[in-house]
Structures are given as structure tokens and as C-alpha cells.
Design a protein around this ligand. Structure first.
Ligand code: R1P
Ligand code: URA
Length: 234
């Protein structure tokens, strides 16, 4: 048991885990995609389940919103429960015309406006990046699934409700989309030498003004869920 996760022991959480921000998305995945899912965490309502997918143990854990929350859950999963492969399955807002609602974006790197890197005391800037191993698995798994995938730099921001044209300056640097957790996940994974990849379904569009409903954010986006699950058995 750790401070924010009350799974009893290491083996109660699988080596590969899906990490949606929304705990109800975790519940939906457990109930619809995992065999014999067991609830191992409900502290703070941040549901975590372990079951099997095509015979392989897989867990799914809500991580909340923002880098402090992702930082806590991913750190405990890695250091207290030995999780090796962490796949964030989130939502994001697109900055580009050709990255459309429903597309899945793989964050090869995660730029950020956060100070999370201060925890690691590096003597310069740091470029949080995805695991090559997991990127290859995503590519491999998608050969059968054919999900509309885009990959590139994303930005993890501390503020959801930002004003003005801030996003255009990230778009100018060819950053594809905004979300709020990937950079912290990548830093925790790098420090602890484990694998992480953040994939996000586009739920909002800064150019067209489109927005998905909260119901869609919770229950839809099953392409991304299937892709992440298939990666766990590669
Ligand atoms: O859908 P999730 O995984 O929560 O991800 C995105 O949605 C939340 C904001 O609505 C932030 O957590 C952001 O990163
Ligand atoms: O952080 C996020 C997530 C989804 N959509 C956004 O616009 N921002």
C-alpha cells in the first residue's frame, strides 16, 4: 500500500498500465475490455483495476488532471508497485487543421510550461520524451487497427482556461496539441528508467472551435483504448 493507492502488494498491479485522467474512463475500460477486472484502488475515487486482456495481465488507473496529480500516481506505480510500461490515454486540444477531432496523437516529446523538472535538479533545459519501445509497439499494433494516428511534439500545460493566442505560438513550433500530464509522466519514467508513452484523442479543436461532450470524453474514444491494450500484449 502506498499513500494514494491501496493495492495490497506489488503483484496486484500489472507491469503494463493504461492511465486515463478520468477515473470513470478507467472504470469504463475495466468493465468493457478487461476480463475479471478487480478494483485495487478507490482512494479519493481514483479508480484502479487489474484484469487480463487476451490472457495478459493489464491494469488501468485514473490519474486525475494536471501534472501534480499525474506525478503522484505515476511515481507510486513505478516505485512502489514496479510498473514498467505506462501508457497515458487522454484527451487533447488540437492546434492544427490536419489534426482532427477523433484523431489519436502520440506525444513523441512533451514541451511544457510547468516547473515539474525542478524536482530533478538538472543543470539546463530538459526535453521530456516518449519511450521508443512503446512508440514501436503503437506503430506495430496499429497495423491491424488502422486508427488515425499522428505523432509529434505536444505541450503539457498547467492551465486549462488560458486566454488569447498563446496556442498559436506553440503551433508555430509545430506542436500538435495541448494536454496537461504527459511531461510529468515522461520525467518520472525517465528518472526511474521505465517506459512511458502519452496518446491522446483530440476532443477539442482550437481552429474550428469544436468540443466533445463530457459523455464522449468518458466513454468514447475506444480506438485509443484498443490501441493501448493491443500494445500491452506485443
Ligand atoms: O482526458 P484526460 O486524460 O483527463 O486529459 C485531458 O483532459 C483534462 C482536461 O479536461 C486534462 O487532464 C487533460 O490533460
Ligand atoms: O488539456 C486539454 C485537454 C483537452 N482539450 C484541451 O483543450 N486541453
Amino acid at each position: 500500500m502506498s499513500t494514494h493507492i491501496n493495492a495490497a502488494k506489488k503483484g496486484d498491479i500489472a507491469e503494463s498500465i493504461l492511465l486515463p485522467g478520468d477515473p470513470l474512463r478507467a472504470k469504463f475500460i475495466a468493465e468493457n475490455f478487461l476480463n475479471s477486472p478487480k478494483l485495487y484502488n478507490e482512494i479519493r475515487g481514483m479508480y484502479g483495476y487489474t484484469g487480463t486482456y487476451k490472457g495478459v495481465p493489464v491494469s488501468v488507473q485514473g490519474t486525475g488532471m494536471g501534472m501534480p496529480s499525474m506525478g503522484i500516481y505515476s511515481w507510486e506505480l513505478i516505485t512502489e508497485y514496479g510498473v514498467q510500461n505506462l501508457i497515458r490515454i487522454g484527451t487533447a486540444g488540437s492546434f492544427h487543421q490536419d489534426v482532427k477531432i477523433g484523431d489519436v496523437v502520440l506525444g513523441i516529446a512533451a514541451s511544457t510550461d510547468s516547473n515539474y523538472i525542478h524536482a530533478f535538479d538538472v543543470p539546463g533545459n530538459y526535453a521530456p520524451n516518449a519511450s521508443w519501445d512503446l512508440l514501436l509497439k503503437a506503430h506495430e499494433a496499429n497495423k491491424d487497427l488502422g486508427v488515425s494516428l499522428k505523432a509529434g511534439n505536444i505541450v503539457s500545460c498547467d492551465v486549462f482556461y488560458e486566454f488569447g493566442d498563446w496556442w498559436k505560438r506553440w503551433a508555430n513550433m509545430n506542436v500538435l496539441a495541448v494536454e496537461m500530464e504527459a511531461a510529468a509522466l515522461y520525467m518520472n519514467a525517465a528518472y526511474n528508467k521505465v517506459n512511458a508513452l502519452a496518446m491522446m484523442t483530440i476532443s477539442d479543436h482550437f481552429i474550428t472551435g469544436e468540443h466533445s461532450t463530457s459523455e464522449e470524453r468518458q466513454h468514447s474514444f475506444t480506438d485509443m483504448m484498443k490501441l493501448a491494450l493491443e500494445m500491452c500484449i506485443k
